[in-house]
Design a protein around this ligand. Structure first.
Ligand code: FAD
Length: 127
């Protein structure tokens, strides 16, 4: 939907820039569907765009896996069969795909929605 109260979109990851009337913009599947954060009808003035952060979606090391807040569901789904985890004996990897599949996800949500956005919206079926 159109968000006709937005005055600016700011590319930033700095929490110090947040002010009243702002919302962090990740994949935008909630913000651009509802026009506001879940549970709020206050008009937004600015979107703080995390999409420009350039964080690597997935970082794999000997200590484990680090997921960026901006990692999409599609990127998460690809991880268990990727070279990045080849040869790793991590049983938890088997859970990634069933968790992603438990989304009732359209193409849009699958490819745009993020791990961080899912945690922050905390919707009841949140996989
Ligand atoms: C048609 C449809 C179907 C859906 N199906 C499901 C489903 O089956 N299961 C499910 O769990 N959810 C579902 N959702 C909800 C939504 O897609 C997910 O919660 C998704 O992960 C949101 O991610 P996003 O990156 O698109 O968030 P955005 O729309 O960008 O942001 C959502 C909210 O989280 C805040 N936010 C996002 N990232 C951050 C961050 N890093 N730090 C602080 N705040 C942040 C935003 O400010 C905003 O308030 C669905 C939504 C739609 C529109």
């Amino acid at each position: 939907m159109d968000m006709n109260t937005i005055e600016s979109v700011v590319a930033t990851t700095d929490p110090g820039q947040w002010r009243e009337g702002d919302a962090w913009l990740a994949g935008g599947t909630v913000l651009f569907s509802y026009g506001s954060p879940v549970g709020s009808e206050e008009p937004l003035k600015r979107l703080l765009d995390l999409g420009q952060a350039g964080w690597p979606a997935v970082t794999v090391g000997d200590a484990g896996i680090e997921l960026a807040a901006t990692c999409t569901v599609a990127e998460l789904y690809a991880l268990p069969v990727s070279d990045a985890v080849a040869g790793r004996n991590w049983p938890g990897l088997d859970l990634f795909r069933p968790c992603c599949d438990s989304f009732v996800a359209s193409f849009k949500v699958w490819n745009m929605s993020t791990v961080g956005g899912n945690v922050c919206t905390a919707l009841p079926p949140g996989p």
